[in-house]
Design a protein around this ligand. Structure first.
Ligand code: SAH
Ligand code: SF4
Length: 416
């Protein structure tokens, strides 16, 4: 079958859809009917929209795709509490999203309502190349379009609707670095938070970055209402150089300074992510360094045991060490949550299913990778910084983004 080259409708601003109808001489209420069917009705094909005349449906069908993630495979895990979706896009690129269900539960300060969170991808693959991440190992494929980002959320919402449930949260923590595809991510957030479109409050959306400082600064200027998460993983440069290769471009102090400004300007706390790896970044010295770096900041720290992925020499930190780091941070007044892993048996660390499909690399390549990681992390633990420049793929991705720094962009809708 030839690839579907039609643009995704869910990525277009309503004015563009209205203009398209006007150009064809259709009355403006037709645009509204299509808008309602797409967003409130969750339509995935023009043919299914009964409110529109057949000729108009055919015109729409010839021009737009109403579901850019139509080819989706679902795997259930965690007693059906985790639904991992592998989406094959029109050009064959594979991306993942994960829908996680959290039943209602009693907490110390009352009752927490049930939540349904979808974790979505912003790129196919990722250029940053964090060595504990399955997506990082895949390398960069391409940026997703706005519709491809939004359609992952629409697909999850439709699945929930069949069980009379509603989506409550969206997190950009799947494949890719959202701040290296920031224009599309902002358009997607606008569509998701616009009351006339998907209509999820921006405060229920989290965008996670590995530390693209100009991107954080651009967001700060826009003053969005969504939560910014920063993947820290280490407070010391030598170790962070290894765990998040972007650190060699923007070191940890610059990342935290930008995040701190963001919290000050927006009044919203930063959510720091720390993936804990046995014997690598979970020592007492790491706890002290983290506490020293973040003490007094408007932030929340999430400690996450590393999800096992193929081709790394590493495993998750034992829970007692994670709890010790949590206690260390709390002693300095920091708010900390230990996040339990979800869906390990379905490969819930994003990128794992796509990596599986990409096929197994040759044994010597895997062996070399492990050896390099052991060597680099050992050197980092001894305080040595990496001297090699970032990998070619990462350098290219940064160069491509270098000039995209307009301070004024689309204003992100703020509803709640
Ligand atoms: N690129 C962005 C967003 C996607 S990754 C970022 O790095 O922030 C989302 C989160 O998943 C990050 O905090 C990342 O560090 C974490 N992650 C990736 N692989 C993981 C693994 N194997 N175990 C636990 N967390 C992982
Ligand atoms: Fe990219 Fe995030 Fe994975 Fe690092 S952790 S490789 S930034 S997706």
């Amino acid at each position: 079958m030839p690839p579907d080259l039609r643009p995704g409708l869910a990525g277009l601003p309503p004015e563009a859809v209205a203009a398209w109808f006007a150009e064809r001489g259709h009355p403006s209420f037709r645009a509204r009917q299509l808008n309602d069917a797409l967003w409130a009705g969750g339509a995935t094909s023009a043919a299914s929209i009964r409110t529109l005349p057949t000729t108009v449906r055919a015109e729409i069908d010839a021009t737009f795709s109403l579901d850019t993630v139509a080819d989706t495979e679902i795997r259930l895990g965690d007693g059906n509490l985790t639904e991992k979706a592998l989406h094959r896009l029109a050009d064959g690129a594979l991306i993942e999203s994960v829908l996680m269900h959290y039943p209602a539960r009693r907490t110390a300060d009352g009752q927490q309502r049930e939540r349904h969170t979808v974790c979505i991808s912003s790129q196919a693959g990722c250029a940053v190349g964090c060595p504990f991440c399955a997506t990082g190992e895949l390398g960069f494929g391409r940026d997703l379009t706005t519709a491809e980002i939004v359609d992952q959320v629409r697909a999850a919402a439709r699945r929930l609707r069949t069980h009379a449930r509603r989506l409550t949260n969206v997190v950009f923590m799947g494949m890719g670095e959202p701040l290296l595809n920031l224009d599309r991510v902002l358009e997607a957030v606008s569509a998701l938070s616009d009351p006339g479109r998907f209509g999820l409050g921006a405060r229920h959306i989290t965008v996670s970055t590995s530390g693209v400082v100009p991107g954080i600064r651009r967001l700060t200027a826009l003053g969005p209402q969504f939560t910014l998460a920063v993947s820290l993983h280490a407070a010391r440069d030598p170790l962070r150089d290894v765990l998040v290769p972007l650190n060699r471009r923007w070191p940890v102090a610059e990342v935290v300074a930008a995040a701190r400004d963001h919290a000050r300007v927006t009044g919203r706390r930063i959510s720091y992510e720390v993936t804990l790896i046995d014997g690598v970044n979970d020592t007492e010295a790491d706890g002290d360094a983290l506490a020293g770096l973040l003490r007094g900041d408007l932030c929340h720290v999430n400690l996450i045991p590393m999800n096992p992925v193929a081709h790394t020499p590493w495993t998750a930190s034992p829970m007692e060490r994670i709890e010790r780091i949590a206690a260390r941070l709390r002693r300095d007044g920091l708010a900390v949550t230990i996040r339990r892993n979800r869906g390990q048996e379905v490969g819930a660390a994003c990128g794992q299913l796509a990596a599986e499909r990409a096929g197994e690399p040759a044994a010597p390549v895997v062996a070399r990778r492990r050896e390099l990681l052991v060597m680099r992390s050992a050197a980092a633990l001894g305080g040595e910084r990496l001297t090699e420049p970032p990998e070619a793929g990462l350098a290219a991705a940064l160069a491509a983004n270098r000039d995209r720094t307009p301070a004024v962009g689309p204003v992100v809708a703020t509803v709640d």
